[in-house]
Design a protein around this ligand. Structure first.
Ligand code: GDP
Ligand code: IMO
Ligand code: MG
Length: 429
């Protein structure tokens, strides 16, 4: 029996969707534990692309249960659209999805507040996905949220909505100078959602723990990345949830004693969407080269991703705050044809060298990377399926990443397809 957590080791979009889909083969339950439809997880199987925002990336395998845990914020409209789109393609069966009754709902006012506050911030904006994530988590912490359990009880939902809308309309109309919402509009719409989703709703903590008792394997699927964690990321340029491995427990109601391993996913270089510090970012030709060759455009918002060299300070930070037991390196194929490849090993700022990610915003934003340079490779990696057949400089690069991060490489990925993967050590075995 193995229960494994998968998290992003950088700023998101590391290829978690692809890797979760691959490890689903060895798992029985695939569980999302935080974030919402700010996530965009891409899976490509036999040329067919699937982008998932809320449904766990195990859905393309038959007979696996996909679970939305209590730590996720759920936009019911997006979830229903995702279910319908998968059903149309014959990729969804009703008995394979469970939704936690304790998960919080994203409401229409959350999206409006997200967008309005971003606009007001001007140059200090976070660059959110505009999906209402921050305001929904704010309400959860402020004890003003509406949960899935409330949605499926008509009288509780109406009562809570009426009460909460008074405050939200005051905020929207009087402080943010926007139009407000009518109770009956939201009520009618959400009662429709309730009917569609009721059948999937349960106490998922009880369900998962019972399955663990039976010896089933659980794969916990993180969204976003470590540097977007609200505590351990580049605050305030982060998302509003804990994205680190510890969140897999609080976000599902499974105790830490049941977790057997934590796998970090890292690209062979670095990308980030939205604002905030990114010491190894490459503006100009090098950044454009990564973006075009790696198709670095957001899976959720379509925004161009900021691109740069691999940052080992970031990976060491991720190794520590997640307790990583293994690392997967994706998109190695993209680096082919580079004569030299740089890895950042530390930063300098005002004459001082830093080997750990700084918390001070001024240092984060002003940090100058210290690079070491390695020889690149010209060969195309996309058809290689075993480690030994990789060019020797590719192997050196992979080994150097393991040395610098202090985490063993358990898999490398050389293309977007499910089978463009080299498995070195299976965490489920
Ligand atoms: P996630 O949010 O971590 O699941 O990552 P995204 O799906 O947002 O972005 C990763 C992108 O890289 C997707 O378009 C994947 O299809 C693609 N991808 C994943 N692994 C590889 C790889 O090894 N090589 C290439 N070329 N593309 C990859
Ligand atoms: P996946 O799971 C990359 C970024 C946004 C913004 C910040 C806050 O696909 O890796 P939010 O809407 O969460 O309040 O935005 O976080 N962000 C992501 N960046 N991948 C993601 O998810 C992201 N989810 C949020 O761009 O900078
Ligand atoms: Mg993504």
């Amino acid at each position: 029996m193995s229960n494994i957590v998968i998290v992003g080791a950088q700023w998101g979009d590391e290829g978690k969707g692809k890797i979760v889909d691959i490890f689903t083969e060895y798992a029985d339950l695939i569980v999302r534990f935080q974030g919402g439809n700010n996530a965009g997880h891409t899976i490509v199987v036999d040329g067919e692309k699937t982008v998932l925002h809320l449904i766990p990336s195990g859905i393309l395998h038959q007979n696996k249960k996909c679970i939305i845990g209590n730590g996720v914020v759920v936009d019911p409209e997006v979830l229903i659209d995702e279910i319908d789109a998968l059903k149309k393609r014959g990729r969804f069966e009703d008995d394979r999805l469970l939704i936690s009754e304790d998960a919080h709902l994203i409401m229409p006012y959350h999206k409006k507040i997200d967008a309005t506050k971003e606009n007001l911030k001007g140059i200090r904006k976070i660059g959110t996905t505009g999906r209402g994530i921050g305001p929904a988590y704010e309400d959860k912490t402020a004890r003003a949220g509406i949960r899935v359990a409330d949605l499926i009880d008509e009288s509780v939902f109406r009562d809570k909505l009426k009460f909460i809308l008074m405050e939200k309309n005051h905020l929207l109309v009087n402080l943010l100078h926007q139009s407000g919402f009518e109770v009956h509009d939201i009520y009618d719409k959400y009662m429709g959602f309730a009917e569609r989703l009721r059948g999937y709703v349960t106490n998922t903590s009880i369900y998962i723990n019972n399955e663990i008792k039976k010896g089933k394997n659980v794969l916990f699927e993180g969204a976003q990345g470590t540097l977007l964690d609200v505590d351990h990321g580049t605050y305030p340029y982060v998302t509003s949830s804990n994205t680190v491995a510890g969140s897999a427990c609080s976000g599902t109601g499974v105790g830490p004693t049941h977790i057997n391993g934590v796998i970090g996913i890292s690209k062979a270089y670095t990308t980030r969407v939205g604002e905030g510090p990114f010491p190894t970012e490459q503006n100009g030709l090098m950044g454009d080269w990564f973006r075009e060759k790696g198709h670095e455009y957001g899976a959720t918002t379509g925004r161009p991703r900021r691109c740069g060299w691999l940052d080992a300070v970031v990976l060491r930070h991720a190794a520590r705050v997640n307790g990583l037991t293994g690392m997967v390196i994706t998109k190695l194929d993209i680096l082919s044809t580079l004569g030299k490849i740089k890895i950042c090993t530390g930063y300098t700022f005002e004459g001082k060298t830093y080997y750990e990610f700084p918390s001070n915003k001024r240092i984060m934003l002003g940090a100058e990377p210290v690079y070491e340079e390695m020889d690149g490779w010209m060969e195309d990696l996309s058809d290689i399926r075993d480690f030994d057949s990789l060019p020797s400089n590719t192997k050196k690069y992979i080994n150097r990443i393991a040395e610098l991060s202090g985490v063993e490489t358990i898999m490398v990925s050389v293309g977007m397809e499910r089978d463009q993967t080299i498995l070195l050590k299976n965490p489920f075995e």
